[in-house]
Design a protein around this ligand. Structure first.
Ligand code: GDP
Ligand code: ZN
Length: 306
């Protein structure tokens, strides 16, 4: 029988069957996947085959994923963690403050999403409480990301402004909702579908200090059709599985210039006749994005020494 994973705790899995029954299942033995060292072999969004053995449901096979989102395991350095799979789009929620979303977080997420062909939409929440300074930060972000082709939406999950557009975006699709804890993911989800009843609230300072708090992604179904995957408690987004010379291929503005660089494998650092560095000097590409690009190359180098 076929089912889709809607929650994974590592020990057991919550699944929804094709006839919309919700059941719990375990993994039967070891399932090998793609040669990745993943701390969670089964991810939310996976389509699986299962059998019933003496009243217990066992997952016997994971269907090939059309895409997935992966990050470095926060607990084990050499391991990666598949956050979710078979996703139509990602809604990246951003707030200029409370909490502050850094461009580094945005660019790391977009890099991963681009590599796995997941379209990303940016949702700027908390429009009702923007200070003048927040407004400036937000405008800077919008200028950069809209020009690159990432749609930007301004919303307030509290007042409801802009949410009709978000509902229209989500309808009939599987969407990942991602962003730092406290940006308003749960509040937004509840505002577009009151039946969801997700827990909201400030993450307490004490809780935040427990660095390795385990969080579990979960899929929720929308009454108007479609599903969202909520991943609570993301503080950073470590990229995995990239070689240094691949990163520039997923920074759209750099990829577009690569053929103008002298070297076809140019890393755009200090090579002669680099079209990216030229464009940077002319102010045609964002300095902030370029800085994040270099930061990601450094992260990759650093990861190799483990
Ligand atoms: P999550 O961790 O991303 O799920 O964030 P929550 O949905 O739990 O929201 C964190 C806090 O931000 C809560 O206190 C919400 O009431 C508040 N919040 C969420 N959206 C908005 C908004 O649009 N405006 C304002 N003023 N507060 C918001
Ligand atoms: Zn170059």
């Amino acid at each position: 029988m076929r089912a889709r994973v809607i929650k994974s705790t590592g020990a057991w899995y919550k699944l929804i069957t094709t006839d919309e029954q919700v059941i719990e299942a375990r993994l039967k033995g070891l399932i090998r996947l793609d040669g990745l060292t993943s701390t969670n072999p089964v991810a939310v969004g996976d389509y699986v085959e299962m059998t019933n053995e003496d009243g217990d449901w066992m997952i016997t096979k994971i269907e090939k994923r059309s895409n997935y989102i992966i990050r470095k395991s926060p607990a084990k350095r050499a391991h990666s963690h598949i956050l979710a799979s078979n996703i139509d789009q990602a809604l990246l929620m951003v707030t200029a403050s409370k909490p502050r979303t850094s461009s580094g977080f945005i660019d790391r997420f977009i890099l991963t999403a681009e590599a796995y062909h997941i379209p990303t939409v940016l949702v700027f929440n908390k429009q009702d409480i923007l200070s003048e300074k927040d407004q400036q930060i937000q405008e800077k972000f919008i200028n950069i990301y809209q020009a690159l082709g990432y749609p930007c939406h301004l919303v307030s999950a509290i007042t409801g402004s802009g949410l009709d557009e978000i509902s229209a975006l989500l309808k009939g699709k599987t969407s990942l909702i991602i962003g730092h804890s406290g940006v308003g993911k749960s509040t937004l989800a509840n505002a577009i579908d009151a039946d969801l009843n997700l827990r909201t609230g400030e993450v307490s300072k004490k809780h935040e200090k427990g660095k390795h708090t385990t969080t579990f992604a979960e899929m929720f179904f929308l009454h108007f059709g479609g599903a969202i995957i909520d991943i609570p408690g993301i503080k950073e987004f470590g990229v995995v599985g990239f070689e240094r010379n691949e990163v520039g291929l997923y920074f759209k503005e750099m990829a577009a210039l690569l053929s103008d660089c002298k070297f076809h494998n140019c890393l755009h650092i200090n090579e002669p006749k680099c079209a990216v560095v030229d464009a940077l000097k002319k102010g045609e590409i964002s300095e902030e994005r370029y800085k994040n690009y270099l930061g990601i190359l450094e992260d990759i180098e650093e990861a190799k020494s483990y």
